[in-house]
Ligand binder design. Structure first.
Ligand code: CP
Length: 377
């Protein structure tokens, strides 16, 4: 690929690009990381500015965009409480942002809104997470796999994503695996909300329904990937990596053969502890613990987590929940971790925090590329 090929393009979803284009971004990220380690001056974009428009909380994505922009010599604005989307049309806001900035980083729920923003914007927009996909996270994961296995050493290996469905993460990993050439298994639970709630104590059921009245549609509860997403992923595999496999199952034993295992946190509904309990009932048997890692029958299998993780009860939200649980067995279980145990998390901390660091290098690569990476430092 030619330098400057991404100039002016939006980076909204992996599937908007070819595997070769995504590979170019990973190689650029590896180069920028090596430069940074050698303390090379990376200020190639002096005089340019980034708007970071975040409608949801973030630690890694926000910090990675901000430090990347600063490394590239740019100015930044973090905007989380503006007129955007409420007292001003998207079209008007985008006209203002396009006049004042050179690039926009966006985090929010609604991918259709991001697409509308992109249509109205004359400057590139980078998706920092929507409910459709988390593409910059996927680049960080595959850059990490490049470093673990050697460049493209992940090809033909098996990625197992286990546990909570319903958000964008399983879909994002499936798209990334289809494009980069890994087998993908999604292991999840199809348990309904009513069934999960029925397994709580009568008092817990009462408290839960006070917070989430019966019949309330619950976004993200379903474990299964929607059929249209599965069809889309199969088409991507057929187009780019027909030799690889894609499966979805409820069977935990299907983790056998995994090279990489990943999951995400069990946060559902609200910050009130009681609203987490049905999700814990649903996904308890999918917790990534040492027994589950042994089921891979692969002593070299690694665990990745995009973070934030609940791998013990040491943060305030987890502590509050664990303290509110009456069942001593469940309390003991949760003290060891929620979606992943402390043991597995710490066994793999070197990979997990490398993945977190690589958010910066990959986001820097995307930012530099969409601004035209034909400018050398
Ligand atoms: N993984 C990730 O996107 O982290 P943040 O929500 O902290 O940005």
């Amino acid at each position: 690929m030619e330098k400057g090929a991404f100039k002016g393009k939006h980076f909204l979803a992996l599937e908007d690009f070819t595997p070769e284009e995504l590979r170019y971004l990973l190689d650029l990220a590896l180069k920028l990381k090596a430069e940074k380690k050698q303390r090379v001056d990376q200020r190639r974009n002096i005089g340019q500015n980034m708007l970071m428009l975040f409608e949801m909380e973030s630690t890694r994505t926000r910090c990675s965009f901000e430090t990347s922009a600063q490394d590239l010599g740019m100015g930044t604005t973090y905007l989380s409480n503006s007129h955007f989307g409420t007292k001003e049309t998207i079209k008007d806001s985008m006209r203002v942002f396009s006049a004042l900035y050179d690039v926009i980083a966006y985090r929010g729920m609604d991918h259709a809104q991001l697409q509308e923003m992109a249509r109205e914007s004359t400057i590139p927009i980078i998706n920092g997470y929507t409910m459709h996909e988390h593409p910059t996270q996927m680049l960080a994961d595959f850059m990490t796999l490049d470093e673990v296995y050697g460049r493209e050493g992940y090809k033909g290996k098996t990625f197992v994503y286990i546990g909570r469905g319903g958000a964008c993460c399983a879909f994002s990993y499936a798209v990334a695996c289809a494009m980069f050439g890994m087998n993908f298994k999604f292991i999840t639970s199809y348990m309904t909300l009513d069934e999960a709630v029925s397994r709580l104590s009568p008092e817990e059921q009462k408290l839960f329904y006070q917070e989430v009245p019966k019949g309330t549609p619950v976004a993200g509860w379903s474990g299964a990937m929607p059929d249209d997403q599965k069809k889309f992923i199969r088409e991507l595999y057929a187009k780019y990596n027909p030799q690889c496999t894609f499966t979805e199952t409820e069977d935990v034993n299907e983790v056998k053969g995994a090279d990489v295992v990943s999951t995400e946190n069990w946060g559902f509904f609200t910050n009130k502890a009681i609203t987490w309990l049905p999700g814990i009932v649903k996904y308890k048997k999918y917790q990534v613990n040492r027994e589950l890692m042994a089921k891979t029958e692969n002593p070299n299998a690694i665990f990745l987590h995009m973070l934030p993780a609940t791998h013990n009860a040491d943060h305030s939200a987890a502590r509050k929940l664990v303290d509110s649980v009456d069942d001593p067995e469940l309390k003991k279980f949760l003290e060891k971790g929620f979606e992943v145990t402390d043991e597995v998390f710490e066994d793999n901390a070197a990979y997990i925090f490398r993945e977190a660091e690589n958010r910066q290098h990959t986001i820097k690569a995307v930012t530099y590329a969409v601004l035209g990476d034909d400018v050398e430092g």
